[in-house]
Design a protein around this ligand. Structure first.
Ligand SMILES: O=C(O)[C@H](O)COP(=O)(O)O
Length: 207
């Protein structure tokens, strides 16, 4: 029986994470720390003796660069990889490029938290987590999940909110449950699925 392996990893720290700017669909690369985090993610996956058959990432540089660094650490460069906008970060709309602390000063702590973590309240001109889920979930169901269920060991390098959307489905979290869920940069989460696509086991490689 194949193992139905699905590993999710958020990209390493980006230049705009470091500057504390809303990023969304803007396309900064990784910082030195982000590069180190991605390499460390690769080393952690290697220590778990994981080998992959396919990879998926977004069309944004920070996720693709993270994937490249992980695959290099694993000695698996050249792995068949699909890149799709469906896995992009949530579009932060008019907030993109603004400093998160400046936004809190302007709109208040609570409003900014609602924009960043609520399920269905979009930031001005941008996507809510629900909107993000509406484009990430069909891609997961149609492009990623069938391979996983057929034994293709799968690595997904994407973004805080596109992965929160998938995690909400995988872990059957409520809108209240996902509100509190934070994803650290460069920390792989290893899922093994049952044949019915529910989660059989989960291992978070934090720390
Ligand atoms: O797009 C961004 O700004 C970050 O990647 C994620 O932002 P968040 O922590 O506000 O969801």
């Amino acid at each position: 029986m194949s193992e139905r392996l699905l590993v999710l990893v958020r990209h390493g720290q980006s230049e705009w994470n470091l500057k504390n700017l809303f990023t969304g669909w803007k396309d900064p690369d990784l910082t030195e720390q982000g590069i180190a985090e991605a390499k460390e993610a690769g080393r952690k996956l290697k220590a778990q003796e994981l080998v992959f058959d396919v990879a998926f990432t977004s069309v944004l540089t920070r996720a693709q660069h993270t994937l490249d660094l992980i695959l290099t650490e694993l000695g698996q460069t050249g792995l068949p990889t699909s890149k799709d906008l469906a896995l992009n970060e949530r579009d932060y709309g008019d907030l993109s490029g603004l400093n998160k602390d400046d936004a809190r000063k302007k709109w208040g702590e609570d409003q900014v938290h609602v924009w960043r973590r609520s399920y269905d309240v979009p930031p001005p001109g941008g996507e809510s987590l629900k909107d993000t889920l509406a484009r990430a979930l069909p891609y997961y169901v149609q492009e990623i999940l069938p391979g996983v269920l057929n034994g293709k060991r799968t690595l997904v390098a994407a973004h805080g909110n596109s992965l929160r959307a998938l995690i909400m489905v995988l872990e059957k979290l409520s809108p209240e449950g996902i509100l509190k869920r934070e994803l650290a940069t460069g920390v792989p989460i290893i899922y093994r699925l049952n044949a019915d696509s529910t989660v059989a086991s989960k291992l978070d490689l934090a720390g």
